[in-house]
Ligand binder design. Sequence first.
Ligand code: IPE
Ligand code: IPE
Ligand code: MG
Length: 234
Amino acid sequence: MDNIKIPTHVGIILDGNGRWAKERGLKRTAGHLAGYKNLLKLSKYVLDKGTKYLSVFAFSTENFNRPQEEVDYLMDLFIKGFNEDRSYFKKENIRVVFSGRRNRLSDKVVAAMDKMEDETKDNTLGTLNICLNYGGRAEIVDAVNKIIKDNKKDITEEDFKKYLYNDLPDIDYMIRTSGELRISNFMLWQISYAELYFPKCYFPDFNEKEYDKALEEFTKRDRRFGGLNNHEQS
Ligand code: IPE
Ligand code: IPE
Ligand code: MG
């Protein structure tokens, strides 16, 4: 397909790690490791294509309700992964930021996140926003509480945006792998006018080829934002 459209901000709900592992007779945790490795490769691919912001849902506030063993595995993976792969993000010129509440995360996880943000802050290829201990409603409520603390009385949408976790444009294209047709509390403010895409494959299999297919689909979409396109105006 010619003239592929490149979304400025892509959001991906990284879903299906557990089912990917189950299909192979492996433990769910093996799926998380495969998903994490895929994220490293895919984030570079997405940003290399010209997208400036990639937000990924890695761990929801609700994911703390999973069995302790799985939560512990994921937290260890974050600590080890972020510490080991800082050099990768530095080399690839990717800025990494995090969205979410830090309160239930261990000191080691928070330290790995802080170090990653600090050491990649001047990178310019694009931004990878990792949503970790993140909830879309929590982000809005946290913003409202900051607004109250600031004694603001009247606020516009533009002002409100400044109180969200990170300074990001709206999401243009929201992808959820694994075939589930729901949002599960992902970036509720930012997806208002996003195009939605639900590929069937599990996240560890969502590779470059699958992403190219996703971009072809995005290119076909007719975005209107409530108005009319040029060719529709008589
Ligand atoms: C997504 O994969 C990763 C996280 C939520 C941490 P899942 O773990 O939700 O995998 P499925 O949906 O059970 O297959
Ligand atoms: C959403 O996936 C959260 C992440 C991908 C981190 P879940 O697997 O937790 O969502 P539900 O439970 O299927 O809605
Ligand atoms: Mg899931």
